[in-house]
Design a protein around this ligand. Structure first.
Ligand SMILES: N[C@@H](CCC(=O)N[C@@H](CS)C(=O)NCC(=O)O)C(=O)O
Length: 219
């Protein structure tokens, strides 16, 4: 089978698929596009005009959570709980992580302090909810690493940019999230899921957006 991941270098949803591909050692190629100027071939093939897209023997698979479930299923399926309710609850938390990624993006790209704080407050409250959900670890479901871990890891990778200058995690009030996030960031599959100049590309994006967070960082 051939796998081609269509990617944008700073997209956290792409990163989820890249982590699963890496964790499962699935041989694949990566094609980068610029979402500011998406090529026609991409607009034709991506139903929602979004990345990630995974081409599987030429077939188009989209939506990061769906891509990850598929990748797990063709490689043993151990990244999803066997119990249907547990599996469904994991899916729900993956959706929650997507919502957090949205708030994180809105916060970092907010044009002013008021909007920045609005999204930061939402994110902090969500981090507390995750804190209450986590057990003893080391992973989201305990001993077994899962797709829930791969879904949250990009949030923490974005949080760690520029030596945690943009972090919303308070280790004192959300210690389990803090420890879990650092454990995830130390995994080779997570480390290798972004390009080597990820930090500078991410910062360039904030500068281009002329965001409040960029001005705080540059000051
Ligand atoms: N629900 C989608 C979200 C993907 C998404 O929002 N990707 C962004 C980049 S990070 C995108 O392609 N945006 C382009 C657009 O909205 O036109 C998933 O999980 O794959």
């Amino acid at each position: 089978m051939s796998f081609e991941l269509i990617s944008f270098k700073t997209c956290p949803f792409v990163q989820r698929a890249a982590i699963t591909l890496g964790y499962k050692n699935v041989e694949h190629t990566v094609t980068f596009i610029d979402l500011a100027e998406p090529p026609d071939w991409f607009l034709d093939l991506s139903p929602l005009k979004k990345v990630p897209v995974l081409k599987v023997d030429g077939e188009i698979l989209f939506e990061s959570a769906v891509i990850n479930e598929y990748l797990d299923e063709i490689t043993g399926g151990e990244l999803q709980p066997k119990d249907p309710l547990e599996r469904a609850m994991n899916r729900a938390w993956i959706e929650f992580a997507s919502n957090m990624l949205g708030n994180s993006y809105m916060m970092k790209n907010a044009p002013d302090k008021e909007k920045y704080e609005k999204y930061r407050d939402a994110l902090v409250s969500q981090l507390h909810r995750v804190e209450n959900r986590l057990g003893e670890g080391p992973w989201f479901n305990g001993e077994q690493f899962s797709l829930a871990d791969t879904a949250f890891a990009p949030l923490f990778a974005h949080d760690a940019v520029a030596d945690y200058r943009f972090s919303s995690i308070d280790p004192a009030s959300t210690p389990k999230v803090d420890a879990w996030s650092k454990r995830l960031l130390a995994l080779p599959a997570v480390k290798n899921s972004v390009v080597s100049d990820f930090d500078s590309l991410f910062l360039a994006g904030l500068e281009k957006a002329d965001s409040y967070s960029w001005h705080q960082y540059a000051a």
